[in-house]
Design a protein around this ligand. Structure first.
Ligand SMILES: NC(=O)c1ccc[n+]([C@@H]2O[C@H](COP(=O)([O-])OP(=O)(O)OC[C@H]3O[C@@H](n4cnc5c(N)ncnc54)[C@H](OP(=O)(O)O)[C@@H]3O)[C@@H](O)[C@H]2O)c1
Length: 328
């Protein structure tokens, strides 16, 4: 295969800029890096936070910045000293390096071989593999942070989204009784994933519904959606000593402690070993992924405003290879 010099990518030119489909140089894998031909990239809420400048004061950004962290594809080239991967390997992982303006939502992406990457078995679809890195690892680690045990009851608030659907499965796997928030469209599916109860917020306040069904309180909450203004009230469904874990940093941990509860503002720590475990589980059919939408790369930038506000029902996947035949 001849070497291609340029690629199409979804980029932003500055913080707050509208995502655009642009032509960029194919990144050159340096020592210890691999170049992956992206077959599927997955969208995460974090992508929008990067657009908004959430990391502005934390790390310098390179512009134009290719959006997206998670992707799956085939190793195209390897840099010097790479030993873990070879051209032709099917892989998934995290590719965002805001410092270098690099990301996953492109025809090619670069990552360090020591980064958060896993080799894929031949039977695992790229779209499923691309769904695993951020949402899957965060769900696994956040459920772990709740310390929920067999027989205990946990509310997963925001269970219909990317992290939530994995979290339901991991909590059920620990033997917990899972209450999942879901409307009628996904209630049955979340029960298949392991939820024993569902709460539809369209039918009344979630807190009131959980309290009515569990007047003595529940053991744990994994909260993927509640902001600081309401998180104290949501924690009110816990029994004394219960724990609430927020993925959006919404908790006043000292105030929660003062009520005889425990609070954790969760921050995910990725690991290649955990990603490999999730790949094995998905490949064995023990971890299910619901693909909400698949969008060709050439349409992704135009779709970005709608994607940002869309109701997430699983993972949204961007396909660089879809419908590109005959495209410039
Ligand atoms: N701290 C970390 O390390 C970390 C790691 C991963 C993710 N996160 C954060 O965790 C959050 C969830 O991530 P995600 O990928 O799962 O997002 P997502 O795919 O957008 O899913 C969010 C889900 O929550 C539902 N929802 C929204 N408001 C709700 C409410 N009041 N009650 C019940 N459900 C509600 C949404 O359904 P509707 O559209 O129907 O409202 C949607 O299905 C994001 O803010 C993300 O940035 C943090």
């Amino acid at each position: 295969m001849g070497t291609v010099d340029t690629m199409r990518a979804v980029t932003i030119s500055d913080f707050g800029a509208r995502p655009e489909l642009t032509e960029q140089p194919v990144p050159d894998p340096g020592p210890g890096e691999i170049l992956v031909r992206v077959e599927a990239a997955a969208v995460n809420p974090f992508d929008w936070k990067v657009v908004d400048g959430a990391l502005k004061d934390v790390v310098p950004h390179g512009f134009p910045l290719v959006l997206g962290n998670d992707a799956a594809g085939v190793v195209e080239r390897i840099g010097a000293e790479v030993t873990r991967f070879a051209p032709g390997d099917r892989v998934c992982g995290q590719f965002m390096s805001v410092r270098h303006g690099r990301g996953a939502c492109a025809e090619f992406a670069v990552a360090a071989e020591t980064g958060f990457l896993a080799v894929l078995p031949p039977d695992l679809p790229f779209a499923v593999a691309a769904s695993l890195p951020t949402a899957g690892m965060s769900a696994y680690n956040a459920v772990r942070a709740t310390e929920v045990e067999s027989g205990q009851t946990i509310l997963i608030n925001g269970a219909t989204g990317g992290v939530g659907q994995f979290a339901v499965q991991f909590a059920a796997e620990r033997g917990a009784r899972v209450i999942a928030t879901a409307g009628p469209d996904l209630a049955e599916y979340l029960r298949e994933l392991g939820a024993v109860e569902t709460v539809d917020r369209a039918r009344g306040d979630t807190v009131e519904q959980v309290r009515a069904a569990h007047p003595d309180g529940i053991d744990a909450i994994l909260d993927l959606v509640t902001g600081p203004a309401d998180s104290d009230r949501v924690a009110g469904v816990l029994r004394k000593g219960g724990i609430v874990v927020s993925t959006i940093g919404a908790l006043d941990v000292d105030a929660i402690d003062a009520r005889g509860l425990r609070g954790v503002n969760f921050s995910n720590k990725s690991s290649a070993e955990l990603l490999a475990t999730l790949v094995s589980l998905a490949s064995a059919g023990k971890l299910r992924v619901r693909i909400d939408a698949e969008i060709p790369l050439r349409e992704a930038a135009a779709a970005a405003p709608a994607l940002r506000t869309a109701r997430s029902r699983g993972k949204t996947i961007i396909l660089p290879g879809a419908g590109t035949q005959g495209q410039p």
